[in-house]
Design a binder for this molecule. Sequence first.
Ligand code: NAD
Ligand code: IPM
Ligand code: MN
Length: 353
Amino acid sequence: MKRHKIAVIPGDGIGPEVISEGINILDRVAELDKTIQFNYQNFPWGCEYYLKHNRMMEKDGINQLMAFDAIFLGAVGYPGVPDHISLWDLLLNIRKSFDQYVNLRPVVLLKGAPCPLKDISRESINMTFIRENSEGEYAGSGSWLFKDTPREVVLQNGVFSRHGCERIIRYAYEYARKEGKTLTSISKGNALNYSMVFWDQIFEEIGQEYPDVKTFSYLVDAASMYMIKNPERFQVVVTSNLFGDILTDLGAALAGGLGLAAGANLNPERRYPSMFEPIHGSAPDIAGRGIANPLAAIWAVSQMLDFLEYPQWGQKVLRAIEDLLLDGTVLTPDMGGTATTHQVGQAILNRLN
Ligand code: NAD
Ligand code: IPM
Ligand code: MN
């Protein structure tokens, strides 16, 4: 029997609604496979907590999370608390404190998933985004000068360290080699004449060690166009923190919508806990109505199972999602259905055996 300690942070808005369906899936896996046990601890951190305590998590929150094998997070951010406070104090704090420098986001059009593109072979939307998740445009460094004067100037610094760029690019090359896929770097060296020139240089340097991996390098503007017009160009993709954020929402739109897009925040060395989450936010516009799509959170569970070294269960959960989409009768409104969050969760449970 293997026991895994899972920290659960449901967060705000639809976060708790989708997370509870994800937990049901983990429970089902443990029920079916007697060698696995999950112990959960719930952390009621988020914007409600902030309004009471003036902080998003307990003071020693990061220390408390350290003891867990994985973190399962819903979403944070809600009207009433400025977004830069809620996100920096919780989500980004966790990513940085636990050096979760790899953000692995599949952009895969499952069979039966809705796709807005016409005249595109469905198989061509099959990408793995590897987003730098610890520095870059999200370094959190800057200054606000001459505040509230006509001379006001605001600086937001990007930080691209050799260490940070090398490790994410190397991770991506290893990933592409293991999968026998091409690797595409997305950057913007023509305009960002320090950071992205450096990124491109490191992409080339590390590439010398991987002569077997076929590579492409695109500017981010052209890449956005190609993702729509020629998605087959992309297999494994490595990109900076901000570009990865934006392009994976675009990817989500290609692959069934935000309700179906998941991401893993990994510390590959396993020195610190990794975190699994849907990539969508707290969706205040639909929160509390029981209609949020739980499939992104459930796909994040599949990623967690892969990471905990149960790839057979990770695959089963993913196949259950695909089967549900193909069947098409139990879907939430964002996918054109009338089912509730819980009905979709139950329909996945019923497909797991
Ligand atoms: P959002 O992802 O919350 O919502 C964008 C749109 O997608 C909305 O129309 C919403 O209804 C829809 N949507 C999202 N997830 C859905 C789901 N599971 N099922 C059905 N529809 C879904 O993005 P936003 O509106 O820009 O942000 C809302 C808040 O969430 C902000 O405070 C933002 O900072 C925060 N946010 C948090 C995270 C996170 O914690 N990981 C991620 C993104 C945004
Ligand atoms: C995501 C989110 C976060 C990000 C925000 C909420 C800080 O958009 O996980 O994609 O930009 O990384
Ligand atoms: Mn995002």
